[in-house]
Design a protein around this ligand. Sequence first.
Ligand code: NDP
Length: 331
Amino acid sequence: MSKIIVLNKRPVGRPTLDDFKFMDEEIPVPEDGEVLLKTVYVSVDPYLRGRMNDSKSYVPPFELNNPIQSGSIAEVLETKNPHFEKGTFYLGNLDWKEYQVSNGKGLTKIDDDASKLSRYLGVLGMTGLTGYLGLTEIGLPKAGETLVVSGAAGAVGTVVGQIGKIIGCKVVGITGSDEKVELLKSKFKFDDAINYKTTANLKDAIAKACHNGVDIYFDNVGGEISDAVLTNINKFARLPVCGAISMYNETKVPMGPRLQPILLTKSATMTGFIVGNYSEKFARTTKLLAIWLEEGKLTFSETIVDGFDNIPQAFLNLFDGKNEGKMIVKV
Ligand code: NDP
């Protein structure tokens, strides 16, 4: 039998384990043109929270009683499709199922060591692309500028900060624990980092860490953290809005400072960023990130949780900051 995870109910506020349901189904048999896939790694991502709501967005909502899907890596166990070889590994947006069949559409072959597969869900996958493209396309960083990144110790944030350093920016991260502050400064070479959970006056702490003001704010979290950064931006600042995790579980539309006067007086540009809009740059960017990894210019962290049964909990743990770098489940 194959275990599957479906959306049991739509969460109100913070999701819980009850919102997911485990079911069993027969291991499917591939027909002509199809392959049988065995899931190896599953990515859990904050954006999945939005897909659990019944609302229109840039990706359609998950259907009740249907499997959740996310970026996953799977092995070809059986093949009735001449383009797929048994024992090879593919990346795709797959159902949360131990086994599933596919006609091969949307799958990308991973030609790399088995020990490196999980990277294609993180630094060499969607979050690496997001960090690089969001920063370079919208943030337009220049050497000598000051870059602030929130959600700094996560999958996207660690890539953003390191690319900022490669370009020659001063990089300041905002994150949720002292361990992560240390990690950002030691492993990821950030110039400074701030623990938003223990800092009483975030606005002043950012001003102190960024003597010359903030030229680029890469926003992964939204809410009060971003309000504090915005009070420190420089003239012509660029603000890629990549995520707003602090607001994903809100049940009411939160009210913050009105941004127009800040953006106006600072001639600043705040731009929403969705990585999928840049798909023509994926192959080139992945190649560049792989070269930087090989050369040691870029590094990464992964939090790998063991077991298919732990996929929902690993997802919930994102909202408690229990990951360093990319949160991945090894099935
Ligand atoms: P992360 O690896 O950064 O994991 C989420 C992190 O968010 C947690 O580790 C936690 O770190 C932090 N967090 C959780 N709750 C809060 C809160 N209330 N306030 C502040 N921080 C919080 O996830 P990703 O790197 O995958 O994603 C980062 C952001 O980028 C998300 O908002 C995501 O939706 C977005 N995203 C957007 C994409 C796009 O195309 N626009 C593509 C991919 C991701 P801490 O310990 O620091 O609190």
